[in-house]
Design a protein around this ligand. Structure first.
Ligand SMILES: [Zn+2]
Ligand SMILES: [Zn+2]
Length: 246
């Protein structure tokens, strides 16, 4: 048994799901996911959203970013707001707590049902090196849960060829430049003429999703819809603080 598996088993034994708070680890007794203190910090994206990118907006209309520069995906939906508890949860999921895929993936599957039905689900690839370091691709884990819940196959048409600098603090244009040509098509046949659901952990500026969508479209995908665990709230003047390292 390798060390990672050993640690995972040990952790699963120590912290079985739904007995401790998914955020702070405090004991809980109601079978929920969070303790009374953490629950109010996790905000669901269930108020008004931009009908294109699905980020929370003050009014239910297309946000100025989507108006100025339409995303390459047709439409997106996300389960949580990427701030406070929602952001902590996603970061925890990315940094070792892979078991959170069930909770996040289940929320995402419900959101995905608000999008048109898709033929298959895929994820944003990470480099082999990053995958080795982290032990998993968080997007792939989410795609697996989505595939299971929605009854569609998980496909892997793309790969990431090179490491890219951290996106934090960059504008969308800079992010697109940073990501330029980092994804490569490894298998066209699984997405050709298909409506594809792209699963990712977070939507901030949409640069990562756009770049992946561009490749999926080149590979022959008919349309791409995006579902993420969380998204930042859209604010008129800059909501681009946190994009994560892939
Ligand atoms: Zn808690
Ligand atoms: Zn929008």
């Amino acid at each position: 048994m390798d060390i990672r598996k050993f640690l995972k088993t040990a952790r699963d034994k120590l912290f079985p799901q739904n007995i401790t708070c998914d955020l702070c680890g405090a004991e809980i007794f109601d079978g929920g996911h969070f303790c009374g203190r953490c629950a109010p910090t996790v905000e669901f994206n269930d108020k008004t959203v931009c009908p294109v990118c699905g980020r929370r907006t003050a009014r239910p209309e297309i946000c100025t970013e989507c108006k100025a520069d339409a995303p390459k995906f047709k439409k997106a939906a996300s389960a949580l707001i990427y701030s406070d508890g929602g952001a902590k949860l996603v970061l925890k999921f990315k940094n070792g707590a892979s078991y959170l895929k069930e909770y996040l993936g289940t929320l995402m599957a419900e959101k995905a049902k608000t999008l048109p039905a898709c033929d298959c689900v895929t994820f944003v690839p990470i480099t082999k090196k990053r995958r080795r370091e982290r032990g998993y691709n968080q997007g792939e884990l989410l795609a697996e849960v989505l595939g299971e819940k929605l009854g569609i196959p998980v496909v892997s048409p793309l790969e990431k060829k090179r490491e890219t600098a951290e996106q934090k603090g960059l504008t969308k244009a800079e992010r697109l430049q940073n990501l330029k040509a980092c994804y490569k098509i490894r298998d066209k046949s699984c997405v050709k003429d298909k409506t594809v659901l792209l699963a990712d952990d977070v939507l901030t500026t949409g640069a990562t999703a756009d770049e992946a969508c561009r490749e999926l479209t080149i590979a022959g995908a008919k349309a791409v819809y995006l579902v993420t665990a969380a998204s930042v709230e859209y604010k008129q003047n800059g909501s681009k603080k946190h994009e994560d390292k892939k």
